[in-house]
Write a protein that binds this ligand. Structure first.
Ligand SMILES: C[S@@+](CC[C@H](N)C(=O)[O-])C[C@H]1O[C@@H](n2cnc3c(N)ncnc32)[C@H](O)[C@@H]1O
Length: 251
């Protein structure tokens, strides 16, 4: 049975792909890559002889037959998606179409934009006694989200909220978030995080929209809305001397 490798490319920097992903890429004979979101430097990890197919202007109906054709020729086919393929990667429709054609897939995870952004900020998104939940979501827009996941409902939890694909609707997003988060809640705005032209800042929630509009952010922007971004010295129980666990007795 033929096998296609779906590989997470990471957020942009070529050295943020996993070792497994890089190894598979180095052996690719055909590479399908989302050229609108992935650095050409990552596609260039594939051998010079590799057939490169850009997918940003293609439909699923155009991509699938090409993938199936190359896989059936016995070629090592790699499908590269930005960040982690499990987030807004539209891989399910590809996996189903390939399965119908008798082609199996393997999926290699990647570093997602929210992880790259929190790393760039040198922050943890789960601070003891402050916030212990991370929500990865997006606002509706043209694609829509199920009603029971609407942004206001998610905001009411007060968790660390990572918003993808939402920059075009930032004014509406800010208005909704202000119904639940205090106006001075820090919001990180990350544009092309880990790319050479990365732009990253932290502003109070009340300035989320004006800052985004001023910098004309529309694409490749991630928002991290979180009480964890404000200075705090909360300690974990894990490393507290009076707390014992399987690997350490009380000190
Ligand atoms: C189609 S989604 C894919 C997300 C990707 N699978 C991931 O795990 O990061 C594209 C959106 O992810 C976010 N994104 C991806 N890479 C980014 C980066 N380097 N910096 C900021 N946001 C990014 C933006 O919200 C962008 O509009």
């Amino acid at each position: 049975m033929s096998l296609i490798s779906i590989v997470g490319a990471g957020p942009g920097a070529p050295d943020l792909i996993t070792l497994r992903g890089e190894k598979i890429l180095k052996n690719a004979e055909v590479l399908f890559w989302t050229d609108s979101l992935i650095s050409p430097k990552i596609a260039a990890i594939a051998p010079k002889s590799c057939e490169l197919i850009r997918t940003s202007s293609l439909t699923l109906e155009e991509i699938l037959p090409l993938m199936i054709n190359r896989a059936n020729q016995g070629k090592r086919v790699v499908r590269l998606h930005d960040g982690d393929p499990c987030l807004y990667g539209a891989i399910t429709e590809q996996i189903c179409g390939l399965a119908d054609a008798g082609i199996e897939v393997e999926v290699v995870p990647g570093v997602s934009a929210y992880q790259a952004t929190s790393a760039a900020l040198k922050t943890e998104l789960t601070i003891p006694n402050l916030v212990q939940t991370i929500i990865l979501s997006r606002t509706g827009g043209r694609t829509g989200v199920p009603e029971n996941e609407n942004l206001e409902k998610l905001a009411s939890i007060g968790a660390s909220l990572c918003l993808y694909l939402s920059a075009r609707h930032v004014q509406e997003v800010q208005t909704t978030l202000l119904k639940h988060y205090p106006a001075d809640t820090p919001v990180a705005i990350g544009y092309r995080v880990s790319w050479p032209d990365e732009w990253l800042t932290v502003v109070p929630l009340k300035k989320m929209a004006s800052t985004s509009l001023k910098h004309e952010l529309i694409r490749t922007t991630l928002y991290l809305v979180s009480p964890a971004l404000q200075p705090n010295k909360n300690r974990s129980k894990l490393y507290t001397p009076s707390h014992d666990h399987l690997f350490r007795s009380k000190k």
